[in-house]
Design a protein around this ligand. Structure first.
Ligand code: CAA
Length: 260
């Protein structure tokens, strides 16, 4: 598939995906969502790619939301289908075996905030702005905002953001736990690449199982989550990476992981 609103590059195990519709502040229309879906479907089967960075083209926006011009004439059925497509794409990103880092370089509003929340780690430029402004348009978040925002920042703060439609800056997003780090805009991508390379240098069996344990464990009660973690911990010991990691520690040398 040839991408029209997505840029893709990969080097040293790190893929960088850029939503590229800067004239519309990288708003997500159906075609862009389908390109994201196609690209992430390819990435999930690609063993060479260990970490993904997701960002937006231009200096102004990560993604300013679902495309309002495209949605304006939707009827109820078309809107539901559009939301289902968004959910399918964002679930694919959330469940990707590889970690995904959002490098939020500007507005992350509505579907853009929802896209960032489907990623594992969010790094924000000081100029980033977050919000779920759908209420200003007479709608509610449709790509997972009501579920992921409440899980990330708690029910009260999620309701405040979703019901007022107000934007918050990167510092406030950091304070409430919506983003992991705030960085000067000029250092954002570089920091994301540095973090991605650090993760890519680790044993990938452990990286993938660690992500899985957190995501699935959070949906379970504590006893089941503990049993699940013990199972995955056991699985690590069936890997060459565990043998190498522990041998390297005891032999006081750097580990050379092979991802199996
Ligand atoms: N959809 C379509 N086009 C958009 C867009 C969006 N979400 N956001 C911005 N654009 C377009 C603008 O229409 C404008 O296009 P033209 O140059 O052709 O007029 C261009 O991008 C630049 O935007 P502005 O001139 O508005 O730039 P600004 O600096 O004055 O304002 C902004 C920036 C505050 C982000 C403002 O553009 C804005 O409020 N955008 C909409 C944000 C929004 O409401 N997002 C939620 C969408 S609904 C949703 O996402 C539902 C869901 O959960 C699935």
């Amino acid at each position: 598939m040839e991408f029209r609103s997505l840029l893709f590059e990969a080097s040293e195990g790190v893929a960088t995906l850029t939503v590229n519709r800067p004239k519309a502040l990288n708003a997500l229309n159906e075609a862009t969502l389908k390109e994201l879906q196609c690209c992430f479907a390819g990435i999930q089967d690609n063993q060479e790619i260990k970490v993904v960075i997701l960002t937006g083209a231009g200096e102004k926006a990560f993604v300013a939301g679902a495309d309002i011009a495209a949605m304006q004439a939707f009827d109820a059925l078309a809107a539901r289908e559009f939301a289902r497509l968004g959910h399918a794409v964002f679930n694919l990103i959330e469940n990707l075996p590889q970690p995904v880092i959002a490098a939020v370089n500007g507005f992350a509003l509505g579907g853009g905030c929802e896209l960032a929340m489907a990623c594992d780690i969010r790094l924000a430029g000081e100029n980033a702005r977050f919000g779920q402004p759908e209420v200003n348009l007479g709608v509610i978040p449709g790509f997972g905002g009501t579920l992921r925002l409440a899980r990330l920042v708690g029910k009260g703060r999620a309701k405040e953001l979703i019901l007022t439609g107000e934007m918050i800056d990167a510092r406030e997003a950091h304070r409430i736990g919506l983003v992991n780090q705030v960085l000067p805009p000029g250092e954002l991508l570089e920091s994301a690449v540095k973090m991605a390379k650090k993760i890519a240098s680790k044993g990938q069996v452990a990286v993938r199982l660690g992500k899985e344990a957190i995501d699935n464990g959070l949906e379970m009660d504590q006893d089941r989550a503990a049993r699940y973690e013990a199972e995955l911990f056991g699985l690590c010991f069936a890997s060459a990476d565990q043998k190498e990691g522990m041998a390297a520690f005891l032999e006081k040398r750097a580990a050379h992981f092979r991802g199996r």
